[in-house]
Ligand binder design. Sequence first.
Ligand code: QAP
Ligand code: CO
Length: 200
Amino acid sequence: MNQELPPKENNFLENYELQGEILNILTYPAPILKQIATPVEVFDAGLITLCKNMLFTMYNAPGIGLAAPQVGISKRIFVMDIDFDREEVIGPTGEEHYQYSDLNPKVFINPKIYNQSGEILYEEGCLSVPGVYEKVKRSEAISIDYLDMWGTPQTLATEGLFSVCLQHENDHLDGIVFLDRLSLIKKNLLAKKFLKKRKK
Ligand code: QAP
Ligand code: CO
């Protein structure tokens, strides 16, 4: 446990330098998206690199949440940022790139959701089902216990989009995609449409 941890102060999460590797995002119906992911037990430099690359992949997509199974890793980890902005800018030599602002990256490891209350209908999408959006019914407010990248226990009480996104990402750790939360009729219709479009 906790071997070889890079120093906290050289933390990419705080100095906003967006660097990393873009991981391949698997799309529905990849078998790993149906698996129950296993808890993280070792907090090491490799875990930090994975979290950083997941955040980089999420920002690049762009997305507001990404779970490890979506990049082919069946571990109980997801990353989220519902606050950031992205703007396309032209550099001095005419090349286009993105400029990010208001980054608020969060890493959730071995999360446990509790104190669910209320009901909210929110239109969701998923990086593993690109182009498909549908309203899903979730709890309006939840609490969550989790470990951060360094293995430190954290607790949050959330509502609204933050709460919806946490529930969506937590579902990925249990092999559930948002289509599974719809009526069978809607799910089949959207899945069929997605698979047909993807073949082209
Ligand atoms: C989950 O999803 C979420 O179809 C995160 O073409 C989404 O970041 C929770 C995305 C909404 C609550 C509300 C989807 C990007 C991003 C697409 C995402 C697409 C490109 C989805
Ligand atoms: Co998703």
